[in-house]
Design a protein around this ligand. Structure first.
Ligand code: GP9
Ligand code: MN
Length: 656
């Protein structure tokens, strides 16, 4: 009797399970594909092997109740996303549900497959921005085909196998099951929700929220949330910026902005216009190099002996400022190449990479130059793959293109990077090469053999390491210039060096403050904090000298293009030529601003009257109201720049 009852129960259970078998199979298949994805890309939980992967899913059952292995391996969160993606299919009749699951499976398989192929070629995963730019990529079909491996077909096998099933269900009436699984659907949703929220909650405690907000690198999001989570956050970011909170700029405002450009920019100077006509342009963005290292000695040793020599043969701007904000390196890049301000939050490279921009590369390309960008790091970092496609570089050389003999810190040593970049520069054609160095990246770890200066007297580890790495960079720049000379490019090019942003080594009240400011007044600290060197070398050392006037990264594009003999009044560049008369207005994106006579220092709370106003030359504090006009000017400029980016106005202006 009891046996019969049990048998009944088992039968009942089997029936239930068989009713959900399609859904269970769907979840299992996608979990397998999640693993396959990690395996093919060599990321996160590939190290477990298939068994290890499965064991990890259930580790919480044996592991003293701990969910850690599940969380760390991103299994729980991936399962959560699969459930949330599909739970609603359970609200349909079984026949429809199977159709839905087949389509969802094909859709996810396609995304995973595209991600694997993309990862092999570019590092990083596909994104909404990259999909929107597919048309601009040019003909890469051949290289895509060569990147597909046989094992990738595993993503598709079940999709193909499900096609006959699809037809079968379509044709056979017996398969049309009318029952719905509402409760199971709600349950799948709740489990999915928990599987996502629980690990996210833990990640947030380790600073995950910031990483998710900034979305600097697709891989770091993936490490937090798995591949489905990454796509979710990428889509969310795009949805918020481009649909939900899209800022519409009125026609009137657009006209007002165009008017502003007519009266405020586009001036040229007889002195430098066309001074380097027909020459190449090589721009080198130096990671975290601040101006205080130039001509600075410690116990008689120069920190940057080579740059100190170079400033004497070049146009050197000691009162030059970085204007980068949260987007750091990418912001400096935006400022220099597009002459627009960075956004106050996030990076325009990430949030608005598919916009139309005016840029050095575009102007030069239109005039027969070949434009290349070089950075020996992942192409997906700061969303450069997408942004550089918008800036229309002919080629972006990334980590994949360099074979460093030595790696330091984040990647290829600057010496290797510079040497190999020179090899990549074209022989004929005038060209524009934009190089971004990397070795001197915070926190500046340098191998002992590169710590050649005696800096013990400084008594500040971070600052010492920083100076060692800047010294190393200085010597790499020497090699770069020698290589350029050897190739006959030094006197055939404008070569520009500038620092991308502050180095985060200056801290008030510590010996780093005294080191940098030489015990001068408070204003010295403020000024030095964002000062980066600008060194422009022209063939035959033309224009060599020290230019004390103020300037910022936003002014470089018009300055350099004018030297090459190109007018910029048709471009929407917010900066103006650094060689025209007088000081330039330098608005830092922190809200501080100078015009060379006054310096407005923004308070942390952003309230104007809580800030400070200084006389630029003397460092004397003056009445705050004196700074009101430059503060207003800066605010006006940020608003114009933001509207251009939020409203993709350059595209609109160019169409008119
Ligand atoms: C990495 C490099 C560093 O690609 O640009 O970026 P940062 O952390 O300085 O913004
Ligand atoms: Mn940087």
């Amino acid at each position: 009797m009891a046996v019969d009852k049990w048998l009944e129960k088992v039968k009942w259970m089997a029936l239930k399970v068989s009713f959900y078998s399609d859904y269970i199979l769907f979840v299992l298949l996608l979990m397998f594909k999640t693993y396959l994805f990690a395996d093919l890309t060599g990321t996160v939980f590939y190290k477990y092997g298939v068994w290890g992967f499965i064991k990890n899913v259930f580790a919480f059952l044996f592991d003293g109740g701990s969910f850690n292995s599940v969380r760390h391996g991103l299994l729980m969160i991936s399962l959560g996303y699969i459930l949330l993606l599909s739970f609603w299919s359970l609200f349909f009749t079984r026949r429809k549900r199977i159709y839905i699951l087949i389509v969802l499976n094909a859709f996810v398989s396609f995304i995973l497959f595209a991600d694997v192929v993309h990862y092999r070629y570019f590092d990083g995963f596909t994104s909404v921005a990259l999909l929107l730019q597919l048309g601009q990529v040019g003909n890469v079909t051949d290289s895509i085909i060569s990147l597909i491996h046989l094992k990738d077909l595993l993503f598709w096998l079940d999709v193909f196998l499900s096609i006959p099933l699809f037809i079968l269900i379509w044709k056979k009436k017996w398969f049309s099951e009318k029952k719905r699984a509402i409760i199971a659907g709600i349950l799948a949703f709740m489990v999915g929700w928990f599987c996502i929220q629980q690990p996210l909650h833990v990640f947030y405690q380790y600073g995950g929220k910031k990483i998710l907000e900034k979305m600097i690198a697709s891989e770091s999001i993936y490490k937090f949330t798995g591949i489905y989570g990454y796509h979710y956050f990428d889509m969310k970011r795009n949805f918020v910026d481009h649909i939900l909170k899209k800022k519409r700029v009125s026609e009137e405002r657009a006209d007002e902005i165009q008017e502003w450009f007519k009266t405020n920019t586009g001036d040229t100077t007889q002195q430098t216009f066309g001074i380097a006509e027909g020459k190449n342009l090589i721009v080198v963005q130096l990671e975290a190099v601040q101006d205080f290292v130039i001509n600075r000695k410690v116990k008689g040793q120069e920190i940057t002996p080579y740059l100190n020599e170079l400033v004497n043969k070049s146009a050197y701007f000691p009162n030059f400022y970085h204007q980068a904000a949260q987007g750091r390196t990418s912001d400096a890049d935006l400022l220099v190449n597009t002459s627009l301000y960075p956004l106050s939050t996030g990076s325009a490279f990430i949030r608005y990479s598919t916009n139309e921009y005016d840029s050095i590369s575009k102007v030069l390309k239109d005039n027969g130059y070949l434009a290349t960008a070089h950075h020996a790091f992942k192409g997906s970092f700061w969303n450069r793959n997408s942004m550089y496609s918008s800036l229309e570089y002919d080629k972006f050389y990334t980590k994949e293109d360099y074979q460093p003999e030595e790696t330091i810190g984040w990647g290829a040593s600057d010496t290797d990077f510079f040497r190999q970049s020179v090899d990549m520069m074209p022989e004929d054609k005038p060209f524009y090469s934009f190089l971004i160095s990397l070795t001197s990246h915070h926190p500046y770890p340098m191998p002992a053999k590169h710590k050649v200066l005696d800096l013990d007297s400084i008594n500040n580890d971070l600052l010492e390491n920083y100076l060692h790495s800047v010294h190393y960079l200085d010597q790499s720049i020497k090699i770069l210039v020698e290589e350029l000379k050897q190739k006959g490019l030094w006197d055939d090019s404008i070569v520009v060096f500038y620092g991308d942003h502050d180095a985060k080594v200056m801290e008030k009240g510590t010996n780093s403050e005294t080191f940098v400011t030489d015990d001068k007044n408070d204003f010295e600290f403020i000024k030095e904090y964002d000062q980066v060197p600008l060194i422009i070398h022209l063939p035959e050392d033309k224009l060599a000298g020290t230019y004390e006037k103020t300037g910022g990264q936003i002014h470089l594009a018009p300055t350099l293009l004018h030297m090459l003999g190109f007018e910029t009044n048709k471009q929407y560049f917010m900066g103006t030529d650094l060689f025209t008369e007088g000081n330039r207005l330098v608005a830092l994106r922190t809200g501080s601003v100078t015009n060379g006579n006054l310096w407005y220092q923004q308070a942390k709370d952003g309230i104007f009257s809580n800030g400070e106003c200084f006389e630029f030359k003397t460092g004397q504090e003056v009445n705050i109201n004196q700074c009101s006009p430059i503060h207003k000017q800066a605010q006006n400029q940020y608003e114009i720049s933001d509207d251009i980016i939020f409203g993709n106005l350059i595209k609109k202006f160019k169409k008119e």
